[in-house]
Every structure is written in C-alpha cells, then in structure tokens.
Design a binder for this molecule. Sequence first.
Ligand SMILES: Cc1ncc(COP(=O)(O)O)c(C=O)c1O
Length: 436
Amino acid sequence: MNKQEIILANKEFLFPAVFHFYKEPLVVARAKDQYVWDADGNQYLDFLGGIVTISVGHCNDEINAKVHKQLDTLQHVSTVFANEPQAALAKKIASITPGGKLTKSFFTNSGTEANETAILTARCYTGSTEIIALRHSYHGRSAMAMTLTGQGSWRLGPSQAGVIHAHNAYCYRCPFGLTYPDCEVRCATDMEELIRTTTGGRVAGFIAEPIQGVGGYITPPKEYFQIIEKIVRNHGGIFISDEVQTGWGRTGSKWFGIEQWGVTPDIITGAKGLANGSPIGLTVAKPEVADGLKGVTLSTFGGNPVTATAAKAVIDFIEEQRLMDNCTSVGAYFRGRLEELKEKHELIGDVRGMGLMQAIELVEDRKTKAPASAQSALLMEATRENGILVGKGGLYGNVIRVTPPMNIGRSDVDNFIGALDKSLAACGAVAAGSAR
Ligand SMILES: Cc1ncc(COP(=O)(O)O)c(C=O)c1O
C-alpha cells in the first residue's frame, strides 16, 4: 500500500476512536535507534519513543538478535506451561525491585492489564474494596483502568464502584491555590479527610504514577508520596506504583520512579518500555501480597517466551550500558536546555519532569496561566515540519511531553533543542499573528 492507501484504509477499517497526532496522519515506514522515517522518506529525531516505549532505541541490534533466536526456538506456550525466558525475566525483576522486596511477578500484555491485576490483588489481599487514585492520572483503557483515570477525556462508559480520587500535587496549578513549601503539602495531608469522609475507613489501596505521564509529567514535591503512604497504610491500604512510564531507569539513577520519593510500594506495575516495543504487562508484588490472590488465573500471552526474552534483554542492556546514569546526566543537560528555551519563549509557562522524562507546559499568559491549547496543536505541526517527534498531554492538551530513548547523547539533545526552538518561534509568530 502507498501512503494515501494506508491513510484511507485507516479511515475505512479502523474505529473512528483511533486518533492521530497531526492534521495529516504521519505514516511511519521504518525506524532505527533514535530515528524514524515516514513513507515519503523524511527522517525524524524521535523524542517520544512510541509513547515512552522505545527505551533503548528502535530495532536495537542486541535486543533483536536475542528475539530472533527465541522466535526460532519457542514462540508460545501460555502461562499453563513453564518456560525459561519467563522464569529468567521474573528472577531478574525480583533482583532489581526496591530493596529486593517485590519478588513475585504476573505477566500480561499491557499496562491496562497490569493495573487490573494490581487492583484485584490489592482487594483480595486486604479484603477491602475501596481504591484511591489521583486526579490527572492515567491508568489504561479497561473499565476499571478508565475508572482509575483522573482525566475526563480518557474516561468512556460507566464507572466501576469503589474508586475515589485524591488531589495530585500539581504545584504549577495548585488545587488549593497555595505555594510549596508554605503549603505544607496540603494536597497530600488532605488524604486523611478524603478517607474519613468518603470511605468506611478501611481501604484496599492507593495507586499512583510517581510522575503523572499522560497528565503532563506532573512531578510532586519530595514529601508528597511519603505523607500519603503513611495515611493509606494507617487505614489498611497497600501502595501500588504504576511505573508504566517511569520504570526501568528513565527518571535517572534508580530503576523505578517511586524510589526517587523514598517509598517502597507493595505492588509495581510496568509495561511500555520494559520490552522496547514488544507488548508486555507486569504486576510485581511482595510475596505475601501476591499470595493474597487466591484461586487460579491465566493470561494466554502472559510471559510469552519471545516477549520475555525481549524484556530481559532490555533490562540487561540498560544495566550493562549504565543507562540509568545516562538518564541522570543527559537528562540534567536536557533540562537545562529546556529552561533556556523558557527564558526565550513566553509560551512556555513551566518546565518539569525528571531524567529523560521532561515536559513543557504552554500558556497564553504567564500571569493568568491560561492553557495555550490551540498553540500546542500548532506546535505539534511545527515540530513535525522541523523533523522531531514529541508527545502531547495534560488535561488541557497544552503540555509537550518528551521521552527519547535512554541511550541518546548530548548531541541528540542539541539537535532536538534547535528544532524545538525553531518550532516554538514559528508557532509564537502564528499565535501573535492570529491574535491581531
Ligand atoms: C501510567 C500508565 N499506566 C497505564 C497505561 C496503560 O498502558 P497500555 O496502553 O499498555 O494498556 C499507560 C498508557 O499510556 C500509562 O501511561
């Protein structure tokens, strides 16, 4: 099929709910390392990584060699048979969870399923039903995962019972109108009243992303999760860290985002970047919590030998190449360069994130902080024109999200910043023109 036929077939044969980033869909033909090429042969520097999924570069030679070999050895058995790749992956994951305390894994195919499994396990383990999630969160697209999600546009259909939403730590737009640190982290201490007024006092658990991804890389102050953990545990609940975006070293120096905040969760969920593009979901729990899931369950493709081989290869690659440290150093350099752009472009109201997970929030006016949603759409088109791929998010669609492969270098950052600078300038000029 040529480009036009692909676009037409998409329109005719896919659900209309399948959406694209740009006015004209970008048809991707091939990719290698940090680059993607479209159907017309144009090259793009990919700083989105298939939505935080390409951890170690597209079609990574080392990962793919192992995957090809496994594909020709054993492709599928399902969880009702044991296989070496699944066992080796589970053993490896157990060795790198915080404090080596989460040692039992259940594998599925997506972040959504990983979170479904986590919620079920929390409820079975505690015997309670109430789950607390955060506003502005994103946890997937099953009925339960959409109910957990704290953004209206991603919640379709009826909600499930037994889920309430606490305040997130959105300091740039504090829900209490306060300023950190004078606020004494009111958004976190509010948890006590939330539990006392909207539940029977016993809860099954709390689920959160250490840095909210789809929400726009909302990064909490350092005490936030520790305060919440204490309150939730006092009410019988367990702590679930959704690491679908923040896992595997992306935030820098540590394997998991929640470790940046000094909390040891009872369950971690993962997906996306764990297998660099092969579909995977992971729910890893403390043994006593995993034991709480009584009875039997299976996932046909869970622990699939090919996917498990990919995931183990990704973790080994990150470890051998010290990519967690690369995320810290290149991430800090990247952050500095984004701050420079903020000095130059009024459109940027906030720069936030950690490691190689950075975002800029665009505003029409830095005083009123009115979300610059229309300009964000223009900026997306401009970045495409200038040969870079970025993501968009936030409740108001005004946050540009950037998550390159973890093995990029400073020269990639420089190339990216040059193109983003140019895009912001073009977009600022158009915005000013249309306002006149
Ligand atoms: C934090 C988080 N959790 C869960 C999910 C759902 O993952 P999946 O799309 O693999 O079901 C996502 C997807 O973007 C996510 O960002």
